[in-house]
Write a protein that binds this ligand. Structure first.
Ligand SMILES: Nc1nc2c(c(=O)[nH]1)N(C=O)[C@@H](CNc1ccc(C(=O)N[C@@H](CCC(=O)O)C(=O)O)cc1)CN2
Ligand SMILES: Nc1ncnc2c1ncn2[C@@H]1O[C@H](COP(=O)(O)OP(=O)(O)OP(=O)(O)O)[C@@H](O)[C@H]1O
Length: 202
């Protein structure tokens, strides 16, 4: 646990050290790489996020997804104390509010709240990731909690989970916790890499 905290701090530091130009080029690269997967098709339901701090930024991905007619969703904190979030439809004219981290989110009282299983693709921010598709996130467990139920029962078909981060956030091996949900893929400025969904990990 302490190790995870330390690693999180270290990886955030590495991320912060990237130059604005490197960062921007990486953000454009995410859009190019994801465009090439045929995942950004009309009517696909895709959960994105608004970059917080120095998180890998999806602005160009959001631009492409919009142009292609994808339906976009953003995470919205619904219960801060218990680290609960839901995914809410996001349009250019959405009524927005700001959560306690200062991240803009669509107001769930004015927009469609969708269940995780109806999403086709979720793009998740990474603090660190390993060769097998395990991830370290913000540390509050919001994504883990909202995706945990996918591990119950048979393998899920939807949604596909793709982590987004910079190459410098790669580590050799993360020790997954009981509640961690393995990623289907990871996109960095170097490329998009897919993982097998290994039965033993589900
Ligand atoms: N862009 C984005 N939106 C998101 C998430 C996310 O990880 N990224 N979330 C998914 O979880 C939820 C917000 N979760 C968060 C959980 C913890 C911290 C946090 O601990 N921040 C610290 C330190 C940050 C730092 O070191 O830079 C802080 O604000 O003090 C922030 C957001 C919902 N929206
Ligand atoms: N499904 C769950 N059930 C119970 N507790 C959970 C669950 N998921 C996460 N947690 C709790 O949340 C805390 C943070 O989890 P973890 O360190 O895996 O977060 P993370 O993956 O970095 O964050 P996130 O999922 O928000 O990106 C853990 O200490 C754990 O107590």
């Amino acid at each position: 646990m302490l190790e995870r905290q330390q690693l999180r701090r270290q990886m955030r530091q590495l991320r912060r050290a990237l130059s604005p130009a490197t960062r921007d080029e990486a953000h454009r690269q995410f859009a190019r790489l994801l465009s090439g997967t045929h995942r950004l098709r009309p009517q696909q339901r895709i959960a994105v996020y608004f970059a917080y701090g120095h998180e890998a930024d999806l602005r160009y991905v959001i631009d492409v997804a919009r142009r292609r007619g994808c339906l976009l969703y953003l995470p919205v904190i619904t219960d801060f104390r218990h680290s609960r979030m839901r995914f809410v439809r996001y349009r250019t004219d959405s009524v927005m509010r700001v959560n306690r981290y200062g991240i803009a989110e669509p107001d769930p009282r004015h927009a469609e709240v969708i269940s995780v299983r109806r999403l086709d693709l979720i793009l998740l921010p990474l603090v660190a990731f390993d060769e097998r598709g395990w991830r370290l996130g913000s540390g509050a467990g919001f994504y883990d909690r909202s995706l945990h139920h996918l591990r119950e029962g048979r393998r899920w078909r939807r949604p596909t989970l793709i982590g987004v981060g910079y190459e410098c956030q790669r580590v050799a091996r993360l020790q997954p916790d009981r509640w961690d949900v393995p990623l289907d893929g990871i996109v960095t400025e170097r490329g998009l890499r897919w993982f097998e969904r290994h039965p033993a990990t589900l």
